[in-house]
Design a protein around this ligand. Sequence first.
Ligand SMILES: NC(=O)c1ccc[n+]([C@@H]2O[C@H](COP(=O)([O-])OP(=O)(O)OC[C@H]3O[C@@H](n4cnc5c(N)ncnc54)[C@H](OP(=O)(O)O)[C@@H]3O)[C@@H](O)[C@H]2O)c1
Length: 251
Amino acid sequence: MPEQNLQGKVVLVAGGAKNLGGLISRTLAADGARIAVHYNSDATKAAAADTVAACIAAGGEAFAIQADLTSVAEIRRVLDAVTGRWGSLYACVNTTGMAVGHPMTEVTEEEFDRHFAINTKAAFFIMAEAARRIEDGGKIVNLVSSLLAAYTGRYSVYAGSKAPLEHFTRALSKELFGRSVSVNNIAPGPMDTPFFWDAAAPGEPEFSKSMSTSGELTKIEDIVPWVRFLLTGGWFANGQTLFVNGGFSTR
Ligand SMILES: NC(=O)c1ccc[n+]([C@@H]2O[C@H](COP(=O)([O-])OP(=O)(O)OC[C@H]3O[C@@H](n4cnc5c(N)ncnc54)[C@H](OP(=O)(O)O)[C@@H]3O)[C@@H](O)[C@H]2O)c1
C-alpha cells in the first residue's frame, strides 16, 4: 500500500482535546485531516473548543463532541456522529485513560471498576465500533503504557486494565485481515502531562527521567510522530504494541 495522505481523511481522536490527544488532533488537522475532537468532562470543554479552532486554523476541518465512553451507546453515538457528518471513517485514535498510583492493598473497588470501565471496556468497544465503520485501508490506534513492559508496584490497576488492549489489538487486527486495516497500540513512557504528575509518587519523576536516554520524561511531541506514522507510511505494522519511551522499558 502506498503512503497515505491525510488530506480530507476522517479521524476520530477520542480524548482529543488536550495533552497528547490535543496535539494529535492539531497535528493531523495540519495534514489536512477532518478531526472529530472527542472530550469527556465539562472541565475539558474549553480545551476542546480551542483545539477545534486550532485544527481549523491549521487548515483542517473539526468539530467537538462530548461523551462518557464507558457507555457503549455513547460510543455508538459518537461514531455515528462522525460518519453522519463526513460519510466515512479513516482512523480512530483512542487516547482515553485513567490512572492512580496506589499499592494494591489501597485500591478501592470503585477505583478498580472505574479503571476497567475506562481503560478496558471503553477501549474494547471503541475498537469494535470503529471496526464496524472503518474504511478499507483504515487505522485504529490505542494509547497504552510502557508500564506493560515494566516490573513495578503501584500501578497494578492502571497497567492491569491497559494490558488487555494488547489482546484486543491482536484479535481485531487478525479479524480485519484482507482489508488493509491496521490495529496497533502505542505505549509511551512516563509522559510530562498532569496525568503522570497526579499519579506519581515522591521521587518517581526523577527516577523516570533517569530511565530514559534523554534524561527527561516522555513528551507528547515524542509520541505524535508515531501516531502520524501509523496513519500514513507505517501501515505494515499490525497487531503490535510499539514502546516509545526513550528506553524506559523494553520487551
Ligand atoms: N501521561 C503519562 O504518563 C502516560 C504514559 C503512558 C501512557 N499514557 C496514556 O496516554 C493517554 C493520554 O494521556 P495524557 O497524558 O494525554 O492525559 P489526559 O489528557 O488526561 O488523557 C486522558 C483522557 O481520557 C479521557 N477520559 C477519561 N475518562 C473518560 C471517560 N469516561 N470517557 C471518555 N474519555 C475519558 C480524558 O478526558 P476528560 O479529562 O475530559 O475526562 C482525557 O482526555 C492515556 O491513555 C494514558 O493512559 C499516559
